[in-house]
Design a protein around this ligand. Structure first.
Ligand code: HEM
Length: 392
């Protein structure tokens, strides 16, 4: 569904109309199937937390968002598409670096990376591309550090990830990128086994692969998934969060003000307002479920777009306004239920450090082009902006 012209940070008006109409509506997908679209916050939480609802995309009726995914789902099973003991087992294996305590230990490194990027931005020519110079490299460096992937290879893997996750790329090109990334990570795992370091990839290779708890294919897929989910998501939030604040200068004042909500609350509100991981969680009912006066039958697909759940007036009055003073603790940008984002403490830390420093150190930051000239993208895993020329 297209967004309204001139409102690039608001969900498609078509979604808002559906939300007004009913909590659950039938929609038609690219393959002619007619899953349920769940429009409201309460029903999204209830269904994402319901054990009769599965994320397992091998279940009949799963609503794939493209033919490519449907054709490749057997070989490319990611954490988000698993359920039950298999999901829990892998989720536990990767949990260690994302606990609040371990993430807290990363704060000095994240602060240094953010400060260095602000220094470089200020020392460089104007206008500068905020995405390429700031929003993308920061989370990429952080996730490379956590996983143990060499940042020096970022040109290669960022391009491959972009191709792999884009819906606008021909299938054979996407497959080639996937294979190249796979081979790259498989070689890296070999190197970690020979010379382990203090990172998640070395830990998984030496503790889980060596003991047979994980096979090599599972490990490659796990790391590929972490690399993909670990940086573009956060990069989009840094870029779009900055844009949202530039478009609402009164909120920059709230962010900087001593009586404001604190940067953690501000980040929650930015996550709510922008909800960049789109277009919706995909699930399938594995038993009949009655909810909001409707019967969802076993085998029927569900789409749960949090971007409109996060704009539900019943939970967030005045939901269409960015209001950093709001308590947005119930926002769903990291998902809900057993698949809720594992990396959220890390993403929150990065966003808090960025938004705590950026407007303090660069108070004159401004867009160098009109809003209408920004190239937004919603062809991949999330919504974002490709380039954002800024000056200061
Ligand atoms: C602002 C940044 C981020 C946003 C908005 C975000 C959003 C999400 C969402 C919506 C889900 C739920 C998927 C589902 O239910 O199907 C998810 C899952 C996940 N995210 Fe994030 N994410 C972000 C950053 C990160 C980072 C930095 C990592 C670290 C590697 C990460 C790792 C994961 C993992 C491993 C899962 C799968 C959890 C599971 O299926 O059990 N994410 N994320």
């Amino acid at each position: 569904m297209p967004r309204a012209p001139g409102c690039p940070l608001d969900p498609a008006p078509g979604l808002a109309e559906l939300q007004e109409r009913a909590p659950l509506v039938r929609v038609r997908l690219w393959d002619g199937s007619t899953p349920w679209l769940v429009t409201r916050h309460a029903e999204q939480c209830a269904l994402l937390g319901d054990r009769r609802v599965s994320a397992d995309w091998t279940q009949p009726g799963y609503p794939f968002d493209s033919r490519f995914l449907q054709d490749h789902h057997e070989e490319a099973r990611f954490l988000t598409a698993m359920e039950g003991p298999e999901h829990l087992r892998l989720r536990r294996m990767i949990a260690r670096p994302f606990t609040p305590r371990r993430v807290g230990q990363l704060r000095p490194a994240v602060e240094r990376i953010v400060d260095e990027h602000i220094d470089a931005l200020l020392a460089g020519p104007q206008p500068a591309d905020f995405v390429g110079e700031f929003a993308l490299p920061i989370p990429c460096m952080v996730i490379c550090h956590v996983l143990g992937v060499p940042y020096a290879d970022h040109d290669f893997f960022q391009r491959a990830i972009r191709t792999l996750t884009s819906r606008d790329v021909p299938d054979d090109v996407a497959s080639r990128s996937e294979r190249a990334l796979y081979r790259y990570l498989a070689r890296l795992i070999g190197r970690k086994l020979e010379a382990p370091d203090d990172d998640l990839l070395s830990q998984l290779a030496t503790e889980r692969l060596a003991t047979g708890e994980l096979n090599r294919h599972e490990l490659v897929m796990l790391v590929l998934f972490l690399l993909v989910s670990g940086h573009e998501t956060t990069a989009s939030m840094i870029a779009l969060g900055t844009l949202a604040l530039l478009l609402h200068p009164d909120q920059i004042a709230v962010l900087k003000g001593a009586d404001g909500p604190g940067v953690a609350g501000a980040v929650d509100e930015l996550l709510r307002y922008l909800t960049t991981v789109q277009p919706g969680r995909r699930r399938v009912a594995v038993a009949d479920i009655e909810i909001a006066g409707q019967l969802i039958r076993a085998g029927e697909g569900l789409i749960l777009p949090e971007e409109i759940g996060n704009r539900d007036e019943n939970v967030f009055p005045g939901a269409g306004s960015l209001d950093l003073r709001r308590d947005a603790g119930e926002q769903l940008a990291f998902g809900f239920g057993v698949h809720k984002c594992t990396g959220q403490p890390l993403a929150r830390l990065e966003l808090q450090v960025v938004f705590g420093a950026l407007f303090r150190r660069v108070p004159t930051l401004a867009l160098a082009v009109g809003l209408g000239d920004l190239p937004f993208m919603d062809d991949g895993l999330g919504y974002g902006v490709k380039e954002m020329p800024v000056r200061w």
